[in-house]
Design a binder for this molecule. Sequence first.
Ligand code: SIN
Length: 577
Amino acid sequence: MAEAPDNLREVHDRTRERRSGHAGARVGAPPVPGDLPAALGRRYLLDFDTDDFERRAYDVIVIGSGIAGLTVALSVPDTVRVGLVTKARLAETGTWYAQGGIAGAVGEADSVELHLADTLVVGQGICDAEVVRTVVAEAAEALAGLEAFGVRFDLAEGGKVSLAREGGHSLPRVLHSGDATGATIQHALTAAVREAGNVDVIEEHFLVDLLTAGDRCAGALVLARESGVPLALWADAVVLATGGCGQVYGVTTNPDIATGDGVAAAWRAGAEIADVEFVQFHPTALDSDANPRTLITEALRGEGAYLLDCDEKRFMPDAHPLAELAPRDVVTREMERIMARCGRPHVWLDARHLGEEHLRARFPTIWERCAEAGHDLAHDLVPVAPAAHYMVGGVCVDAEGRTSVPGLFAAGEVTASGLHGANRLASNSLLEGVVFSRRIARVLARECVGGPRAARIVSGSADRTAAFTITKARSALQETMSAFSGMNRSAGGLGEAAEIVGGLTRMLDVSLRRTIELEVQNMVTVATLIVHAALAREETRGAHSRVDFPERDDESFLGRFVWRRGDAMRFEPGGAS
Ligand code: SIN
């Protein structure tokens, strides 16, 4: 196996050199899965004494202000005092970027059974069927909850709700507000939370670490992003709703803030983590140099847009009976094959036959974003390519959103709830966020009666000094993950990625205080977990694709990899098909 790089130039050189060589190769032996760099064993990112900081106490701390975090804050009784921490401004979240909508079996031809069946098929055998059943069954109630906060979904002629179709759904099932459903939801919930007298909004504060006293989560240490001033927050319960980690990759639809902070902090706090090898790539991001890439909602293909190869021929009808609306893993794999055959970094999205009037009316945001990039959706073929989009795994939670750490709950993209299995069904994520957050709020209403358990926590270790540029470390990580741990993985490539992220982990195991530095430490932690889990899963299933193990292998891998800091990764058999 190759030696770990010891400087950033070497990381860049090795990534570039080896990128092409690893596409299908099985080179060298992979490291032992779960054999993580020692620095991933650190409990806290910073050295501190909470008595030195300003301290505040709440009944509940919610971290994250997307659909999951805001739903918890708005659903607890108003006697519960909530500290709502968010890394940027209140409305700057992954939710805001969601275009397509929220799935719910509310149409006349639909049923809980059909929604359950579609979710299980896309999840490729390892969903928790009971979780899926209860989540999809609660959709109507969850949607009514959103409407009560002022969210309005589009109506069809006759006043019935308009339902769109997306990949993997056997019929139209996605409620939407134009092509900016996430922004509409975010806007309504943000306005409601600003009005809530029991919610103290703490914007522009970065979660450094969850504070634990004994085995219990007792609060959170946060830093003001600009000034770097720390704040110790104590609470009876903490809810993680920090979203995803798309920025770990060089090409993503996720905003700058999606750096996996919640998973990394939960890992350090000793929470169980699962399914992290499943990183979902969205097939249709506008091909450009932008970060994040502009998402082009699957709903556009649901309305009839096609994918074309370099000869301007449709290729999906030959690949899957649902053609352009096949599950995302199928579409992205086929696109990769076509892109390689054509020698191009994209395929074409063809919406010309849908007509300008319809496109402008139904997809105004995408129309604008394409126009800004010089593409006329009604007359041009638009270049699209897959981009990292959704973290399927994360912090393990039970049906009520409890993690394995007492006092710590989690909801939304940061979790592994068993709903998604190996691959998320399109537009099930907003639904998951609302359903689990409402359940957590019900638990907190019952249990948050003891008041915060404030404690003094001191974390100390020798000073370690840094000798690198953080932005370079960030881009080296993104390059590495895109090259070796993206849609086509192999033992050789993943082994290389494990060495490189190991080198970065050691390089970053120094005293850092700026939030951009702490963020990169989190990204490296999450990347390390993804790479090692991907090495362990020697098969292709859902969003995890191994070119050296191209088949699904139920005999060995029907189940999930679960691990926590200090323990070896373990395999838990089980699943549903
Ligand atoms: C989309 O609109 O295509 C994205 C929806 C999702 O990721 O669920």
